[in-house]
Design a binder for this molecule. Structure first.
Ligand SMILES: Cc1ncc(COP(=O)(O)O)c(C=O)c1O
Length: 424
């Protein structure tokens, strides 16, 4: 059951930024893939932490104890979001990129000359560059291609790239450039056949689809809370035995057990407070608007079940909105969408739709949309391998429209009207 328009209208009132007007007109945020707007409860939780608990961790006094509780609650929240068995399997960090460099460096210490790592051209560079860096340690990196006609990953190529020397397969759950969802479960199956670990970048997928690290069987999965209505902080799930066994780069007095050993220096505790609130917000969407019939999602209870109900409702709503967007874009002369456009295959994409428009560079389109208070990114979005493979780097990449559950059909129609009328 999809979120109803009335539910979305209600939810929108809870996001302070969505109430803003510039030049007397509302703002249309279609830039979610670069970072979503923040729910009011998140802002409140962060402010509250800074007043009621602000301290460093592991002290003997009240505010420090409250900080430790904040950290524990945030770990539990993220564990619930990704269905991790234990909260100690959640590592926080400044962002996904830093966490990934952190883990790749640690894995690098375990590699031998000629060990192999598989990456994909559909990925954000934050799941490529940290692995390329291991070439310095003698690792060989293999690149898996995608089909430029619909921007889906070449699964046969993935299978061929995995060899008995493969140690890590790094791939995205969904592309932040063109919206394709990858068959991560299949990648895990292939990787585990040769004993390789799978490192999943779920940054782009997290606001749009359910994540279950146990069902996937992946070894690591990373996401960024600022992409799902929270603050700027990253979170990594790693299987406990792996986190425990990997040699972290750490200062000597810091804890030797996971996750502390990977959390270098003092963390942003206020962001962790916000992360827990963001997950609670998502769960509340399920509680308020999900299809809560008895017997659904057996084995899931409490917040984990509410998160399932939430993302199910969000996904169905976003799919319908995405259909409206794609069919509208297809009516605009000279506009070319990169990625899946067949609505029957929309279960293989998130509602992130990128395109080029004859006669205008993506950056010009973005600037003109901005004059109409419509915010959308242009460029390669750090998914450099995607725009290179599509031959679009020289032309300035793509214009990306990213829908989130707080976007509306009216906003999509406004965008389509402005694009249609855009002088070229
Ligand atoms: C798919 C994907 N992976 C990784 C990143 C990098 O995330 P962070 O900014 O948290 O380092 C982004 C950011 O846009 C992204 O979209």
């Amino acid at each position: 059951m999809a979120l109803k328009q009335a539910a979305v209208s209600e939810l929108r009132t809870e996001f302070p930024a969505l109430q803003k007007r510039v030049g007397g007109r509302p703002l249309v945020f279609l830039d979610g893939p670069g970072g979503t707007q923040v729910h009011g409860s998140v802002i409140e939780a962060m402010g509250n932490y800074l007043v009621e608990a602000n301290s460093n961790a592991h002290g003997g006094f009240l505010y420090s104890q409250r900080t430790d509780e904040t950290v524990m609650a945030a770990r539990q929240a993220l564990a619930d979001l990704v269905n991790a068995p234990r909260p100690e399997e959640i590592v926080f960090g400044p962002n996904m990129t830093s966490l990934t460099f952190n883990i790749s460096r640690a894995i690098g210490r375990t590699l031998s000359l000629g060990d192999e790592i598989v990456v994909t051209r559909l990925d954000h560079d934050a799941n490529i560059a940290p692995w390329l860096a291991l070439q310095e340690r003698g690792a060989t990196v293999r690149h898996v291609d995608f089909d430029p006609s619909d921007c889906t990953l070449d699964l046969a190529g993935l299978e061929a790239a995995i060899t008995p020397r493969t140690k890590v397969v790094a791939l995205g759950y969904a592309s932040n450039a063109v919206g394709t969802i990858n068959d991560v479960a299949r990648a895990v199956e292939l990787a585990h056949e040769v004993g390789a670990w799978v490192y999943v970048d779920a940054v782009h997928y997290a606001p749009h689809g359910p994540i279950d690290v146990q069902a996937l069987g992946c070894d690591f999965l990373v996401c960024s809370v600022y992409k799902f209505f929270g603050p700027h902080v990253g979170a990594l799930y790693g299987r406990y035995e792996l986190l425990d066994g990997l040699p972290a780069y750490k200062v000597r007095p810091a804890g030797d057990a996971p996750p502390d050993k990977f959390e270098t220096g003092t963390q942003s505790f206020e962001a962790m407070a916000g992360a827990a609130a963001a997950v609670d917000y998502l769960a509340s969407v399920g509680r308020r608007y999900g299809d809560d019939a008895a017997g659904r999602f057996p084995g899931f209870a409490g917040r984990r079940r509410e998160l399932k109900l939430s993302i199910e409702a969000v996904r169905a709503y976003e799919r319908a909105l995405c259909e409206r967007l794609v069919s509208g874009l297809q009516e605009i002369p000279g506009l070319r969408i990169y990625g899946i456009t067949d609505p029957d295959r929309f279960d293989q994409r998130v509602p992130t739709v990128s395109f080029t428009l004859d006669g205008l560079r993506p950056q010009e389109i973005s600037q003109r949309l901005s004059q109409a208070n419509i915010f959308a990114w242009a460029g390669n979005f750090y998914a450099l391998a995607v725009t290179q493979r599509l031959g679009l780097e020289e032309q300035g990449g793509l214009l990306r429209v990213g829908l989130a559950h707080y976007n509306t059909a009216d906003e999509v129609d406004t965008l389509l009207d402005v694009l249609d009328d855009m002088p070229r």
